[in-house]
Ligand binder design. Structure first.
Ligand SMILES: [Zn+2]
Length: 52
């Protein structure tokens, strides 16, 4: 199941299942890697992993 979200400002959104599109910055919340962006088809990255 993939649920699109507009922004990652909701404090109730689980951190561990969030992805963001490289191209259009569309936010995706999914229980597993969602694959291509639902908007533009570009790659998405898991933003749950802390970036050093
Ligand atoms: Zn996109």
């Amino acid at each position: 199941m993939v649920v699109r979200v507009s922004r990652f400002t909701d404090p109730h959104t689980p951190v561990e299942d969030r992805y963001e599109c490289y191209e259009c910055s569309a936010g995706v919340v999914a229980g597993e890697f969602p694959g291509p962006c639902p908007d533009c088809g570009s790659r998405v990255r898991n933003i749950a992993v802390p970036w050093e």
